[in-house]
Design a protein around this ligand. Structure first.
Ligand code: SAH
Length: 341
């Protein structure tokens, strides 16, 4: 079965118009799409309003992505559930389900591993195994269903898997499928400049979160190798283009690492960098996931936040959920778990 899958194509990754190119009459394509994305069918046999001959034909040349849940850890403190799942070829990914009064959010992975090499991030430890397919993004969402918000903040760099990320957004927001509003999707990136321009031009109404983590190139380069490829001046230019094109407010994520990026000099430099931008800053006490980084105390984080706020930069401090299930290990946290400063 696993071997066969590699030869077949993943039907969960296909838009109705792509399915229509291989099945007729055309309305069948919508039926299949709806089975997959509305009813979360995991086999062709289950699609009982399709002729058997068509179901057999689909079975021969296609498969449906699945994520097999290997472990499920539920936090006793806040109900956060962390899933460890395997793709059909045994690549491991993590996703996290967070419950809130206003609905659930799921944080999904976009790659098995990551090649960005951020020095504090657990996902970077063993490099990239492979990109996930758009269907594999969907499968993570459907296994956490029902949900209201989706954050692309699990393992991997979504803009390093650009085509599948864009395809996923189209699939998950499709009116014939599960039809999630674009404003309920947040994409977090370490700052791949050319792809930020491309994404802006797609004109989605999703929220872009940029992992900044430092206000100057020198500090940022010690945390994120990508900063050597794209200096902050280029990144900020791309961010401004994103807001100008989409009219969406940006989020800047800033992991507070004691004695590294947390001085008042850093806060003042950050103020200058973001001056006049339509954005807000989300401060995250760094999680001990990789490297020797230490989180800041609540007081230190508040002091930093105060400098930003005094300079009219809206700032939130992220509350960690799921600590007891290791869900807050850096890449697996919620963008919606803000605690207002
Ligand atoms: N590659 C994307 C998305 C995945 S990481 C990105 O870089 O944005 C999601 C967020 O978690 C990023 O802001 C990342 O920098 C942050 N993160 C990773 N490890 C962390 C850690 N140990 N402590 C705090 N934040 C961490």
């Amino acid at each position: 079965m696993e071997k066969e899958n590699t030869k077949k194509t993943d039907m969960l990754s296909m838009l109705p118009q792509e399915i229509a190119e291989i099945v007729s009459p055309a309305y069948r394509a919508e039926q299949i799409f709806s089975w997959l994305h509305k009813h979360h069918a995991t086999s062709f046999v289950a699609m009982n309003n399709l002729p058997l001959s068509l179901r057999d034909k689909l079975e021969e040349i296609h498969y449906i992505s699945t994520m097999t849940t290997l472990e499920k850890h539920e936090s006793v403190n806040d109900g956060t559930i962390k899933f460890l799942s395997a793709t059909h070829d045994n690549n491991l990914v993590e996703s996290v389900l967070m419950s809130y009064k206003h609905g659930n959010s799921v944080c999904i992975s976009t790659q098995a591993g990551c090649r960005m090499g951020c020095t504090f991030c657990a996902s970077a430890e063993n490099g990239l195994a492979r990109n996930l397919t758009a269907g594999e993004y969907c499968a993570q969402v459907y296994s956490a269903f029902p949900i209201k918000n989706i954050v692309l903040m699990g393992c991997g760099e979504p803009l390093d898997n650009y085509e599948n990320t864009v395809k996923f957004i189209k699939l998950i927001t499709h009116p014939k499928g599960i039809n999630i509003g674009q404003r309920h999707i947040t994409l977090s990136t370490c700052g791949l400049v050319p792809e930020i321009y491309k994404l802006a031009d797609e004109k989605f109404q999703i929220t872009l979160a940029v992992s900044l983590h430092a206000p100057d190139d020198e500090t940022r380069q010690t945390l994120m190798p990508i900063a050597k490829v794209y200096p902050l001046s280029d990144l900020i230019k791309a961010c401004k283009y994103y807001t100008k094109t989409t009219h969406r407010r940006l989020t800047f994520e800033y992991a507070m690492a004691k004695d590294i990026n947390t001085s008042s000099f850093h806060a003042q430099t950050l103020v200058k960098l973001l001056k006049g931008m339509m954005c807000h800053v989300n401060l995250i006490p760094i999680n001990k996931a990789r490297g020797e980084f230490l989180p800041t105390s609540r007081n230190e984080t508040m002091r930093f936040a105060k400098i930003l706020e005094e300079n009219h930069i809206p700032t939130t401090i992220r509350r960690s959920l799921g600590n007891d299930v290791n869900a807050s290990c850096g890449q697996l946290r919620s963008n919606f778990s803000y605690m207002s400063y």
